[in-house]
Ligand binder design. Structure first.
Ligand code: DGT
Ligand code: CA
Ligand code: CA
Ligand code: ZN
Length: 569
């Protein structure tokens, strides 16, 4: 989906035109950018229907430019403008609290053309003297630059997913490509990826390289060799690709799926047997004779191990467990019978109860649990005691219209003092109580842990919602002693949530594993605020698998009868 890219380019064009003192046009570009931003569908779809000019503020000229970006990934007019102004508007715009007006002033008064110039000017205190700036602004801007430098350049799994699908398709349609595999952290189901790693089996590597580096999404070819290339896509993501022969396919796949830590342990095991293991195969140290390499299975077997699922390959005990035949039978997306913790227009969601339930049914789920917000968390429309009754009645009505089971309940705030804004007796009447921390999130570990444990101890909570309340690349995790929380949750028959919302992924896989080790049980949630979010549950499955979760650990895999029993309070 190129909506965001187009919004950015249109806004940057407006900024540059403003710097050049062009009249009227900047406003037009900004208006178009705003409309594209609020589109509810992929702009590519609008384009394919020939409806670009139906977008408010998009006329023939801007329409043509959007079409060019969709087709080629870039825009000649924009490249030309950038060359003309010689100001790095793109990078400067990334700095929080720096907008077009300030960029213009900084350029006109101090000759600031890029982030480096700005940092220098700030450090020499030249900025505070400008009109509309001050000491405070100087500080804020410096802080912003620091944040940018530290910003992790990793991509969310959900943003990498369509790219993986696109590249796989592009490669697969060539008859000289025998096999395409995604490896690296993406294959291991990590919640973010640093780059993508592809492996291709082909006897014509040169042709593969041609297709790969020639894709229209490629902005820059970082390296192009005979069997190895790296590119940067226009959205900034790096993609590595290797072409290997059939004979070394298993060894290469094992190596590039990683993790590095898992590989290092495997290599040690090989050495103990007098072999060496690398991306080309398993060979004898002495005479370099071939031992294995065609499949991953074959290599694991030779090392005395059972196959280890990619999500487990983090050197957290999987190798020992494999040797002892104690690997868990991991859940798969097919085992998920339904999803917990979903929002509707009854609080801050976009869709009705019926729309959400129908979507869940369409996705072949067997149940959905509605848990609209209850409590004052700063969202506009939380449920109140007064509205709760009507909400439950409405859910009953919807239950009659769909063929899946509907659980009803709330997502209730864990207040600062560990209390919940509804009595235990009233909570007991609900099918599913999700309790979450949303406010006062900066408490110290001791108080935060007490707050959460008090809630679990004193109220009939079924699910502790997004336990860390972190947002990937945006907000740190709560300070929480998870060992204590796991223990308290277990004691109270509360399930820890695996929240599948792409920015949350909370708890993440490695902490799910700690919970499993501590004897906790889990509930997988979509935390959907829109029908489209219900399809995100496989992301939670990734976290669960990374956390060694089998069916017995996950409420969503149980029979409806068993689920109902487990939810009794
Ligand atoms: P990322 O990209 O940061 O999300 O994480 P990965 O795991 O995809 O790491 P990446 O792309 O640097 O490398 C892909 C795989 O290649 C990695 O999972 C294991 C393997 N690999 C890379 N460097 C080394 C190394 O120095 N030693 C070993 N044994 N394996 C490596
Ligand atoms: Ca990678
Ligand atoms: Ca890589
Ligand atoms: Zn929440």
């Amino acid at each position: 989906m190129k909506n965001q890219l187009i919004v950015k380019i249109l806004n940057n064009i407006a900024d540059i035109l403003e710097l050049q003192e062009v009249e009227f046009k900047p406003v037009a570009y900004r208006r178009a950018a705003q409309s594209v931003e609020s589109l509810s569908e992929a702009i590519e779809d609008v384009y394919e229907k020939g409806k670009l000019e139906d977008i408010p503020g998009v006329g023939r000229h801007i329409g043509e430019k959007i079409a060019e970006i969709i087709e080629t990934g870039k825009l000649k007019y924009y490249e030309k403008l950038k060359r003309e102004v010689k100001i790095d508007v793109e990078a400067l715009n990334e700095i929080p609290s720096l907008g077009p007006k300030k960029i213009k002033m900084l350029y006109q008064k101090l000759g600031v053309r890029d982030v480096k110039d700005l940092e220098k000017a700030l450090k020499q205190h030249k900025v505070r003297g400008l009109e509309g700036f001050g000491e405070k602004t100087e500080e804020t801007l410096l802080h912003g630059i620091e944040l940018l430098k530290k910003r992790p350049s990793r991509f969310l799994y959900i943003h990498a997913l369509p790219i993986v699908e696109m590249i796989t398709k592009n490669l697969q349609r060539n008859d000289f490509v025998k096999r395409v595999e995604i490896a690296g952290s993406f294959r291991r189901g990590k919640e973010t990826v640093g780059d993508l790693d592809f492996l291709v089996v082909s006897s014509q590597p040169k042709k593969v390289m041609g297709v790969f580096t020639g894709m229209k999404e490629v902005k820059e070819v970082l390296a192009k060799g005979e069997t190895k290339s790296s590119v940067r896509l226009s959205n900034g993501l790096q993609v590595d690709l290797r072409v290997v022969a059939k004979k070394e396919y298993g060894a290469a796949l094992l190596y590039f799926i990683g993790s590095k830590e898992h590989n290092v342990e495997l290599r040690k095991l090989a050495l103990k047997k007098g072999w060496t293991l690398n991306e080309y195969g398993l060979t004898k140290l002495k005479d370099k004779k071939w031992v294995a390499g065609r499949t991953q299975d074959e290599i694991y077997q030779k090392l005395g191990l059972r196959f280890i699922e990619p999500e487990l390959r983090e050197n957290r005990g999987e190798i020992e467990a494999s040797r002892q035949n104690k690997l868990p039978a991991l859940i798969t997306a097919k085992d998920i019978k339904g999803v917990f913790h979903n929002h509707t227009i009854w609080s801050d969601g976009n869709n009705t109860l019926l729309e959400m339930a129908q979507k869940a049914e369409e996705l072949k789920l067997k149940f959905i649990s509605f848990n609209d917000h209850f409590g004052h968390i700063g969202i506009t429309n939380p449920l109140t005691e007064k509205r709760l009754g009507k909400y439950l009645q409405e859910i009953d009505k919807v239950q009659k219209k769909v063929g899946i089971k509907i659980f009803s309940g709330v997502e209730i705030d864990i207040l600062k003092d560990g209390k919940l804004p509804l009595s235990p007796a009233k909570l007991r009447d609900l099918d599913v109580v999700v309790a979450s921390v949303h406010v006062a999130i900066t408490m110290k570990e001791k108080e935060m842990t007490k707050r959460v444990c008090d809630a679990l101890n004193n109220y009939p909570v079924n699910i502790l919602g997004h336990p860390l309340d972190r947002l990937l690349q945006e907000r740190e995790a709560l300070a929480l002693n998870l060992d204590k929380v796991f223990e308290t949750a277990q004691k109270n028959n509360a399930f820890m949530e695996i929240n599948s919302s792409p920015k949350r992924m909370d708890l993440p896989g490695e902490l799910v594993k700690s919970g499993v080790d501590a004897g906790c049980k889990f509930a997988l949630s979509t935390d959907a605020h829109d029908v489209s979010h219900l399809a995100f549950y496989p992301l939670g499955v990734n976290m669960a698998r990374r956390g060694w979760v089998g069916q017995k650990h996950l409420l969503n895999c149980w029979s409806l009868g068993k689920i109902e029993k487990a939810l009794q309070k």
